[in-house]
Ligand binder design. Structure first.
Ligand code: GLV
Ligand code: MN
Ligand code: MN
Length: 418
């Protein structure tokens, strides 16, 4: 690719800003809440479909809403070069997580088209359904199902807070067809590369515009349910209490301590959700449900800490006379980027004069699952202060434009491969 690649940062920013208005957050943009299969999600999907069609792409939506926008190559039967990310957003988050990888891939395609390039392999943008675990407790349902990591039965077994299952909810949202058909045929992707904000501070600290990802850390998510005994907050004396919340609090502190003591500096653990029953000021909590998110690039260490955590939590429960039930929602392996895609991305950086470093992704992405069935890579761009999953998440238009141009150059290289 020797042609000049020049991304339109103004258009990309305007589209990101409009997308941010399609939100259920009580606060205005840049605060965003966009939960899968909600009204806001459906309005965002409709807006994006219009943009894909305006760009001359052929749109296909699978039975759970994974959306593919295809730029047909000269050899339509050859494996596809894919790029994309997600547009769902956790409650009260920012406007760049995932969206930069969807609208950025669209702008990369438009940039390549403007340059006069015509691909040999088809280049396909994908918007994955539900990368965030907000509604169904498991992240990346779209890419898991596409790669056979979540079967039709397992999808149907996922329930939201109202007790509605994934199948019912996706059908109510207007997505039809057999869940089995979400699975991609073997060899569908020749290569896949996702653009994303770093969600950490390393690139900004190093003053570098691009990170080339070499591996994605192994995520796991658990739900812990603590059952104690409720009662009147005034009448039950302290020595006989079996308070589910104080037991859960002790478990949360143990989680933090074990994570801090871990031999791997990359291990992180978070209790992000706490449901207290019955939730009255003058009632002793009888039941607490808590989430646990635990990750490490080192799978053996992640699993060892998980085992230790269960032991410690059970000991706390036993001492406090409460029952503990632990459910593993997911415990996934890490994913290693394909050496050829890393090379292509680094060569694209050199061609465009964009300095870069290799790095791991501590956050998970749909690429984690695509990487288990196809050659995968990721490009990171810096975000201010490394902040993400917060309304003040920010990536500059210049940073996004560089990311899009490197993505475009990498896609063009991959699309010409034999
Ligand atoms: C993705 O949003 C993650 O939690 O890593
Ligand atoms: Mn996220
Ligand atoms: Mn994301």
């Amino acid at each position: 690719m020797s042609r000049k690649l020049s991304a339109d940062a103004d258009q990309l920013l305007a589209e990101l800003q409009h997308l941010a208005t399609l939100s259920d957050c009580a606060e205005p943009p840049p605060a965003v809440t966009r939960v899968v299969f909600s009204e806001a999600d459906l309005r965002a999907r409709a807006y994006l479909k219009g943009l894909y069609e305006e760009a001359g792409l052929a749109v296909r939506v699978d039975p759970i809403g994974n959306t593919f926008a295809r730029w047909e190559g000269a050899e339509p039967a050859a494996g596809v070069v894919g790029s994309g990310s997600h547009t769902d957003a956790i409650p009260h988050s920012g406007m760049y997580d995932g969206t930069v990888g969807v609208l950025g891939a669209l702008e990369a395609i438009r940039t390549l088209k403007r340059s006069g390039y015509c691909p040999r392999r088809s280049i396909e943008l994908v918007m994955f359904t539900s990368e965030e675990p907000t509604r169904f407790g498991v992240g990346c349902t779209g890419s898991r199902a596409m790669t056979g990591r979540l079967t039709a039965d397992q999808l149907t077994g996922l329930k939201d807070e109202s007790g509605d299952n994934y199948d019912e909810v996706r059908q109510r949202a207007g997505f039809s067809g057999a869940l089995q058909d979400v699975l991609l045929p073997e060899g569908y992707y020749h290569a896949f590369i996702e653009l994303h904000i770093e969600q950490g501070p390393e690139l900004e600290a190093a003053g570098l515009p691009i990170g080339v990802v070499t591996a994605i850390a192994a995520p796991s998510q658990l739900t812990l349910c603590v059952e104690g005994e409720g009662g009147h907050a005034g009448a039950v004396l302290m020595p006989v209490r079996r308070d589910a919340l104080t037991a859960a609090a002790e478990v949360a502190l143990a989680v933090e301590r074990l994570a801090r003591e871990s031999v791997s500096p990359d291990l992180v653990a978070t209790v992000g959700q706490l449901g207290v029953h019955p939730g009255a000021a003058n009632s002793i909590p009888s039941r607490v449900t808590m989430s646990l998110d635990l990750r490490d690039i080192d799978l053996a260490n992640r699993d060892a800490v998980l085992v230790r955590l269960r032991e410690v939590a059970e000991a706390i429960a036993c001492r406090r006379g409460v029952k503990l039930q632990v459910t593993v929602q997911n415990a996934d392996p890490p994913s290693v980027a394909d050496a050829g895609i890393v090379d292509a991305a680094e060569q694209a950086c050199r061609d465009l004069g964009a300095s870069h470093q290799r790095m791991i992704s501590r956050a998970y992405h749909d690429s984690l699952f695509i990487g288990q069935v196809a050659p995968m890579g990721m490009l990171f761009i810096p975000c201010r202060g490394g902040v993400s999953h917060r309304p003040d998440e920010y990536a500059s238009p210049e940073a996004m434009a560089t990311g899009v141009e490197v993505l475009a150059a990498t896609l063009a290289k991959l699309a010409e491969e034999a």
